[in-house]
Design a binder for this molecule. Structure first.
Ligand code: CP3
Length: 344
């Protein structure tokens, strides 16, 4: 007799099958709010060294699951490993955020899409190690940054409040910008397929800067590249489960949900619970607690967590934050969050 396969509640939910158990993970769950992360981080060298070290990166990936009753591990890496693997100079200075040597219309042609996957191979090894160390009912989430979001860093060289440099580049040098997006779409497809083949169950597309775009730019630079990634990925890995997280998409969310082909939609914390009615029926959602509510803790957090759980009761729902956990967040608040969300 073949043993019954163990179901993964989070993966099942992504596939549209709501589960008895409310699946939970926390955006940026491996990171600086954990003392065990800070300790390992101090020994690892640079942040990118840590991302490319399968032994340490797999350990960091598993740390939050040892502490909390979560349903998924998310690969420890960063969205900016793709520009790094394409040959752009990428640095993470402590306390400064990422710094890149900005690309120009001329330098885009010097990026090396062919060599990128080879450079990313240590991260694929991390995926294999994590899968081997993860209980069968836990989902392993792989990810990459979506092309627009990654391009904003590649063009501006660092984060910015309004992504004006990338928006202007797209408007004034459309051919070069389209070339950059094409390179990122292709690199992302190969990278995500490799993650799924190495043992990731689902992948998330982080479109962290989907805000500040008018509907034309949103359609051209968010919807279309994400749609191409989903389509291209499913040619390599049929049925590949994908979570899309277009942060700040606001009124553009329904078009994103209808057109990209993602299985489940991540909602930022500014999205009203009622707004889900505008989304295709049956489409699952993930989210969407404000990370500051988790940091602040107490009654206001409990109330909002219960509202979110109730508000999304009628569709597949993965409980999560509406953006990444903040480094100052007390561990006890995370424990409380999970208990309240599960109704215990
Ligand atoms: O548990 C996890 O989710 C860890 C894996 C992970 C990291 N970054 C590790 C990281 C993931 C999924 C990301 C995604 C990421 N990276 C995004 C999308 C999500 C979002 O927050 O919108 C973005 C925009 C980045 C780019 C990035 N990486 C920035 C802007 C920064 C500096 C700001 C910050 O949060 O520190 C990073 C650095 C980074 N990525 C750290 C970690 C743990 C901190 C660096 C360190 O520990 O030294």
């Amino acid at each position: 007799m073949t043993p019954t396969p163990v179901l993964k509640p989070l993966l099942e939910t992504v596939l549209g099958r709501r589960q008895q158990r409310l699946p939970i993970w926390i955006m940026r769950q491996a990171g600086r709010y954990l003392p065990e992360y800070r300790e390992l981080r101090a020994k690892a060298g640079s942040f990118l060294d840590l991302c490319y070290n399968p032994e340490l990166a797999s350990e960091v990936t598993l740390q939050p699951l040892r502490r909390f009753d979560l349903d998924a591990a998310i690969l420890f890496s960063d969205i900016l490993v793709i520009p790094d693997a394409l040959g752009q100079d990428v640095r993470f200075e402590v306390g400064e955020g990422p710094q890149l040597e900005p690309v120009t219309a001329d330098s885009i042609g010097r990026l090396d899409p062919k060599g990128a996957l080879e450079k990313l191979s240590p991260i694929i090894e991390t995926v294999q190690r994590v899968r081997a160390g993860l209980a069968p009912e836990k989902t392993l989430i792989g990810f990459c940054g979506s092309p627009w979001t990654v391009a904003t860093y590649m063009i501006n060289g660092r984060g910015s409040a309004d992504q004006a440099a990338a928006r202007l580049f797209a408007l004034t040098q459309p051919a070069a910008f389209a070339q950059l997006i094409d390179i990122l779409v292709e690199a992302s497809i190969g990278y995500l397929a490799a993650q799924l083949q190495a043992g990731a169950d689902v992948v998330q597309l982080f479109e962290s800067w989907a805000l500040n775009l008018d509907e034309i730019a949103f359609s051209d630079w968010v919807i279309e590249p994400n749609r191409r990634i989903v389509e291209g990925l499913r040619k390599l890995v049929p049925g590949a489960p994908v979570i899309g997280f277009p942060r700040g998409a606001a009124g553009n969310l329904p078009a994103y949900a209808e057109t990209t082909g993602v299985n489940l939609l991540g909602l930022d914390y500014a999205t009203p619970l009622e707004f889900a009615r505008e989304l295709p029926s049956g489409l699952g959602v993930q989210g969407n607690l404000d990370p500051l509510r988790l940091l602040a803790g107490g009654e206001q957090m409990d109330v909002r967590v219960r509202q979110i759980v109730t508000g999304f009761r009628d569709r597949p729902h993965i409980f999560n934050l509406g953006h990444g956990i903040l480094p100052e967040t007390p561990i006890a608040h995370v424990e409380r969050l999970i208990a309240v969300a599960r109704g215990t």
